[in-house]
Design a protein around this ligand. Sequence first.
Ligand code: HEC
Ligand code: HEC
Ligand code: HEC
Ligand code: HEC
Ligand code: HEC
Ligand code: HEC
Length: 153
Amino acid sequence: MMWLVWLVLAQQPVVHEQCRQCHTEAAADAESHPHFAKGVSCDACHGASEKHRAASGHVAPDRVAVRAQVPALCGSCHPAEKKSYETSRHWVALQEGGRSAQCATCHGNHSLKSARALQATCERCHSQRPEACGKEKCSTCHAPHAFAKAAKR
Ligand code: HEC
Ligand code: HEC
Ligand code: HEC
Ligand code: HEC
Ligand code: HEC
Ligand code: HEC
């Protein structure tokens, strides 16, 4: 983990600037995330993608995670959240290929979602809720990242 962050820090400014030339929106979003201040940028998740850059985007980047691979990508730096997430119904449904929540569904690909936006994301998939849910913030009763059914916190 530490060496990884160091490696990322050492390469970050150069690669980030080059990606930004073509991906201004993704770059602006990524800069607004706490990741950026800690040296986590494009190459941490997509690789340095030299061939992609040289071919003006006509060759795929080194790494583009499909939905089911995102937990492994994020979990490489957030192992505790990944472990807990893998106990959830979300993880089971994701592996079954259904429309389920993975890390980036809830937190965003590049810019971090506010607490309010995060709650709105839950409500998009769970518009029908048992009466027991009431009106409080979801995570008051359903602890991240297991999000078990009746967990009282
Ligand atoms: C010379 C322009 C250029 C540069 C520089 C560039 N890209 Fe791209 N990139 C493109 C184009 C064109 C596409 C395909 C169209 C699109 O999705 O915008 C693309 C697509 C992508 C995608 C989506 C691929 C997919 O299959 O959905 C990712 C991820 C990506 N680029 C990452 C990067 C990263 C990371 C860097 C820096 C290391 C980078 N790009 C630098 C032009 C560029
Ligand atoms: C913390 C991980 C992470 C970082 C850092 C990151 N990305 Fe991504 N990016 C993702 C994920 C997850 C997706 C959606 C699935 C995929 O394509 O891997 C994505 C998707 C994309 C896409 C496809 C279209 C879109 O915008 O969703 C582009 C283009 C892209 N990233 C470019 C970049 C560039 C340029 C940077 C740096 C400025 C960057 N990404 C930094 C995780 C990251
Ligand atoms: C290369 C390592 C690395 C990768 C890959 C990575 N992260 Fe992070 N993440 C970090 C670091 C470092 C921090 C900052 C921790 C701190 O400030 O204490 C962080 C912080 C966060 C935070 C907390 C932000 C806050 O302060 O509220 C969230 C949420 C997060 N990451 C989600 C993700 C998601 C989702 C992915 C995958 C798309 C991902 N991370 C991939 C290293 C990484
Ligand atoms: C169903 C939505 C959801 C999914 C899926 C999800 N998270 Fe979270 N995550 C949350 C919520 C809610 C919080 C707590 C935010 C709060 O209470 O302010 C959180 C908090 C975090 C934090 C901040 C530190 C902490 O533990 O409070 C990190 C880092 C994080 N998540 C990473 C991840 C990673 C990595 C994955 C995938 C393995 C993931 N999350 C999947 C909803 C989700
Ligand atoms: C992209 C859609 C999606 C999003 C976003 C989403 N969920 Fe889910 N959720 C699912 C699916 C799919 C299941 C599994 C349903 C099943 O197994 O029948 C599920 C199951 C659950 C369960 C039941 C767990 C159990 O033990 O039965 C809870 C609680 C839950 N989600 C809470 C949340 C919360 C809180 C958030 C936001 C932080 C959230 N979900 C975001 C799709 C989503
Ligand atoms: C006051 C505590 C509390 C809050 C806040 C809460 N829930 Fe629940 N939730 C529960 C309990 C208790 C159950 C189990 C109810 C049952 O089994 O009948 C439950 C069950 C669920 C289920 C499983 C439903 C099923 O049919 O199996 C989902 C999905 C869910 N909640 C989503 C949410 C979402 C999304 C939010 C936020 C918008 C939320 N909950 C807020 C207590 C809460």
